[in-house]
Design a protein around this ligand. Structure first.
Ligand SMILES: NC(=O)c1ccc[n+]([C@@H]2O[C@H](COP(=O)([O-])OP(=O)(O)OC[C@H]3O[C@@H](n4cnc5c(N)ncnc54)[C@H](O)[C@@H]3O)[C@@H](O)[C@H]2O)c1
Length: 256
């Protein structure tokens, strides 16, 4: 089992939203000894969060405005990491957008945007991070984010376009897992069910929470910190034989 160098960086996208999964992941990884590069489209939000986390952490935390869909933006973020942080050994792709559009409402423009943020962004971030991991020779960990919607087709909020984009994330994950495995780099996908964040158009109303909970065997929605616990495990030194997998974190919703 390879030991991580003492100083190493995890890159986490989607860390701008205050109640999102990304911030819980960042908080947990900071406690576990990772220096952090936090990226989000909302530059002000991610930078103020990074300052807050840096003040309470023993590790450096760099917050950067970045659009994961734009190659130049991704390259600029990694250039700053190269200059200011320890080597990148982990990437957690959480930036994403939902789509409540039905098949007939899904214009080409909406479809392209949903695919871009969820799938193309995942690809561009993996290319930049994996290049550094391969060159560094110390292995690495990549965690991408799919959704239960890729399996069950979605429901009241996220529908066909999101299902297609999150299914693409599964394929990207498996392809990368095969190509990067020989370098000691693992690549896995999270498959969350409903998690209590604002991605479904703001905080869940009590009615909506009850409706969602009723379709889940554990009878509740998930908390972002529960997803952070899974990410922490997949990023660990002991997880080196877990590769190309898709991990439901959905209270058993996938069985219903
Ligand atoms: N919350 C859920 O129920 C749920 C379920 C399944 C999957 N997911 C997935 O989990 C991930 C995190 O979701 P969340 O619930 O924390 O959502 P969220 O809306 O709270 O956070 C998503 C973040 O991504 C950022 N973002 C969007 N487009 C971007 C871009 N082009 N470049 C950089 N950043 C961008 C947003 O600014 C936001 O901060 C997403 O990929 C989402 O699809 C969430």
């Amino acid at each position: 089992m390879a030991k991580y160098p003492e100083h190493r960086t995890a890159v986490v996208t989607g860390t701008g939203s205050e109640r999102g999964i990304g911030r819980q992941v960042a908080r947990r990884l900071a406690k576990e000894g990772w220096a952090l590069a936090l990226l989000d489209l909302d530059g002000d939000a991610v930078q103020s969060f990074a300052e807050e986390l840096a003040a309470e952490s023993a590790q450096p935390v760099l917050g950067m405005a970045a659009d994961v869909v734009v190659p130049e933006s991704v390259q600029a973020a990694f250039a700053r990491m190269d200059a200011e942080l320890p080597p990148v050994l982990a990437l957690v792709n959480l930036a994403g957008i939902a789509s409540p559009h039905t098949l007939f409402e899904l214009s080409k423009e909406i479809w392209t945007r949903v695919m871009d943020v969820n799938a193309t962004g995942t690809l561009l971030m993996m290319q930049a991070a994996a290049r550094r991991m391969v060159d560094g020779g110390a292995g690495g960990r990549i965690v991408n984010t799919s959704s239960i919607t890729a399996y069950d087709g979605g429901g009241t909020f996220s529908k066909t376009g999101y299902a297609g984009a999150k299914a693409a994330v599964l394929g990207l994950t498996r392809g990368a897992a095969r190509e990067l495995g020989p370098h000691g780099i693992t690549c896995n996908a999270l498959v969350p069910g409903p998690i209590d964040t604002d991605i479904m158009g703001g905080p869940l109303s009590e009615d909506r929470r009850a409706g969602l909970s009723g379709g889940i065997p554990v009878q509740r929605v998930g908390h972002p910190s529960e997803v952070a616990a899974l990410v922490s495990f997949l990023l660990g030194e002991e997880a080196g034989f877990i590769n190309g997998g898709s991990y439901f974190i959905d209270g058993g919703k996938h069985m219903v």
